[in-house]
Ligand binder design. Structure first.
Ligand code: SAM
Length: 312
């Protein structure tokens, strides 16, 4: 699979089990023409993923609601063409979901455990994702590679508390680059507790943003922390010249698409939150001109409401 054309039907996947939950109706709306790729990934997770102990057997029936759709909400915060590292990708959540749903992104799946890194490599191959690569490493080991990785954002789900994540993620990012940590209902609480760590790591603009839509199963709370100036304690590198972090990458090849063009994931256009938001402010809508229904929309869930995905 390359570029943004319609996805090929699912390839034969090693370890795929027959008992794969069907995609719920909302999945077609969320993933658009990428749905077949996500279905193939679901089959892989329910098969080899469960067999190899990367996913609990009880997770298989709720793969879509608790995992795939939940992770898809993060895409709201990624501009077209961005380069992303998913720390502690595990079986590929959220990194593989993002790579499968958004061919315009380039996603580095960072995972230290061999068994999981092998699964990820097989999945990338089986799903035919030229925009994804696997790094078997701990997050803290990647700093020397940061210039080559040229990341715009770092994602993480269920890997570590925000206080630790900022120390891993921010040194990998240029000024303005963002940590996007998918969290559960207590996201704000966790961010508040991490205030000192955020400051020490050189983070700025820390806040919680609600993404996705409850009616589609993509709703979630994301802790966003921006990389501040290099003078901040915690190390780091100077701002990258040229394209500002968060701005669309120049086009060409499978990595990007024309700035302002519509990503293949229907129906939403990825947006980036407005820079300079007050520290630890809570926003329930991704900012930007193409934002989905605002805070008064009944489709959105209260930021304090629990949802089944929780903080895994
Ligand atoms: C609970 S799993 C979550 C996996 C996946 N993100 C998810 O949501 O299903 C945590 C993952 O983080 C990885 N991990 C632990 N410490 C790490 C580190 N220092 N750097 C990168 N990954 C790490 C583990 O190997 C494991 O795969």
């Amino acid at each position: 699979m390359t570029g943004s054309g319609p996805a090929e039907p699912a390839a034969v996947l090693p370890g795929a089990a027959p008992a794969v939950p069907p995609a719920p109706p909302g999945a077609a709306q969320v993933f658009g023409d990428r749905l077949p790729v996500l279905e193939a990934y679901a089959a892989l997770l329910a098969g080899a993923g469960v067999e190899r102990g990367l996913l609990g057997p009880r997770e298989a029936p709720r793969l879509w609601e608790r995992h795939l759709l939940n992770c898809a909400g993060l895409g709201d915060l990624l501009a077209p063409g961005q380069r992303v590292a998913d720390l502690g990708a595990g079986a590929g959540l959220p990194g593989l979901v993002l790579a499968a749903a958004r061919p315009d992104l380039h996603v580095v799946l960072v995972e230290p455990l061999l068994r999981r890194a092998v699964f990820l490599t097989e999945a990338v191959d089986a799903l035919g994702l030229p925009n994804a690569e696997v790094r078997r490493a701990r997050a803290e080991e990647l700093v020397a590679d940061a210039p080559a990785l040229a990341l715009d954002a770092v994602t993480a789900r269920a890997v570590a508390p925000v206080a630790r994540l900022v120390g891993w993620a921010l040194p990998l990012l240029p000024v303005g680059g963002r940590l996007l940590a998918l969290k559960g209902a207590r996201a704000q609480e966790e961010l508040d507790a991490a205030e000192e760590s955020v400051r020490r790591a050189g983070g700025t603009g820390a806040r919680v943003i609600g993404v996705g839509e409850d009616s589609l199963g993509t709703w979630g709370q994301v802790v966003v922390v921006e990389r501040g100036t290099p003078a901040s304690p915690g190390g780091g590198r100077a701002p990258r010249r040229g394209r500002a972090a968060g701005a669309p990458r120049p086009q060409g090849g499978a990595r990007g698409r024309t700035a302002g063009s519509t990503p293949s994931r229907a129906p939403r256009t990825p947006t980036t939150p407005a820079p300079g938001s007050p520290s630890t402010a809570t926003s329930r809508t991704p900012a930007g001109p193409a934002s989905p229904p605002g805070p008064t929309s009944p489709a959105r869930r209260s930021p304090t409401a629990r949802r089944p995905g929780g903080d895994r």
